[in-house]
Write a protein that binds this ligand. Structure first.
Ligand SMILES: [Zn+2]
Length: 348
């Protein structure tokens, strides 16, 4: 099989209910624009100017605790707040308040670490803290949805390398989640099935699993939008982090770490990505059919070429994938499971 074989085919993304255009023969087209991929300088373990390092002062003047494990705090400039806005009665230009909060979660006190370099216990602690925050935030009246995400690397706009993610929690249910609800509900009504497990079974049968453990699998799915897009699915029906046992949280953290190692090992350089935890809203409705999953969207197509979202994606609203998911899954499956920095002896 070669990259030439998946040409001019549309594939249905069953989670979002939208078509993706595949044309892998265009993946190697000439490129004369900006390139990326130089090995990033490894940052120091502590940076006195970093707003996330232990003990440092933040924008608000508040000092971080001198923390030794995971650590979270309320974002100094949250995108949701408690301001009461008068709802508009304009049928066209509608408004409503943006209630809620935003939080920052530091994975580790060491400024130079990445998720790929966490120990089993440290990776588990991150997921356990996410579960705790999801449970606490979901109990709030003013919060309908908890979005956990990590932007990693300058290529996706993160200037601070300190290992961390963010939580946006407000009275807005994000767009992709609305699509997941619609698609999983529709599938359940039509077939009685649970969409997450249906996809998991297809990915296992299709040979696109890159790594797995007792409770989760990671794959480059048949309907991937980016060349190295990785999805993690639980092996049972789960709608949010709150449904996971402590052992499942642990296994999830370990598998996420494995995925991060593989992405970094692919070209032996830190892989930029956007990671999102997709889970059921917290507005009191029944979302038992909601397919909990985690997605990594790396923007690079090759070590030095970024997948730009342009006319078809931003203008037209549909994704184009210039690669073949089967081949990309095999690439990630076949890289070593030990991080290259550790192999080279200048890791932990
Ligand atoms: Zn730091």
């Amino acid at each position: 099989m070669s990259d030439q074989e998946l040409v001019w085919e549309q594939r249905w993304n069953p989670l979002r209910g939208e078509w993706i255009l595949f044309c892998s023969h265009r993946g190697g087209r000439p490129w004369i624009g900006e390139t990326h991929g130089a090995e990033e300088e490894r940052p120091p373990s502590y940076d006195p100017t970093c707003a996330l390092c232990p003990g440092n002062e933040r924008l608000s003047g508040i000092h971080n605790d001198d923390y030794s494990g995971t650590y979270w705090f309320t974002n100094d400039l949250p995108c949701f707040g408690g301001l009461e806005v008068e709802p508009s009665d304009d049928p066209l230009y509608q408004t409503k308040p943006a209630f809620g909060t935003a939080e920052v979660v530091c994975y580790h006190p060491d400024h130079s670490k990445t998720f790929a370099e966490l120990s089993d216990d440290e990776a588990a602690d991150v997921v356990l803290l996410w579960r705790e925050r999801y449970r606490e935030l979901s109990a709030r009246e003013d919060i309908d949805h908890v979005l956990i995400f990590e932007n990693r690397g300058e290529l996706v706009g993160t200037s601070n390398p300190h290992p961390h993610c963010q939580i946006y929690a407000g009275n807005m249910i994000y767009g992709h989640t609305l699509k997941h609800i619609e698609q999983s509900r529709d599938w359940h009504h039509r077939t009685g099935g649970y969409l997450g497990l249906e996809i998991l079974n297809r990915e296992c049968e299709g040979g696109r699993v890159i790594c797995q453990n007792d409770h989760f699998i990671a794959c480059v799915p048949w309907f991937a939008q980016y060349a190295y897009e990785v999805y993690l699915f639980p092996r049972r029906a789960v709608s949010s982090l709150a449904d996971l046992s402590e052992k499942e949280c642990r296994h999830l953290g370990e598998l996420q770490r494995d995925v991060c190692i593989r992405l970094d090992n692919l070209w032996q350089q830190p892989m930029p990505y956007i990671m999102t935890v997709h889970q059921a809203p917290t507005d009191g409705q029944d979302y038992a059919y909601f397919p909990f999953h985690i997605v990594y969207h790396p923007p690079l197509r090759t070590p030095d070429t970024k997948k730009y979202l342009a006319g078809p994606e931003v203008g037209g609203g549909s994704m184009t994938n210039e690669s073949h998911p089967d081949l990309k899954a095999a690439e990630l499956r076949n890289v070593p499971a030990t991080h290259y920095r550790q192999e080279q002896g200048h890791g932990k």
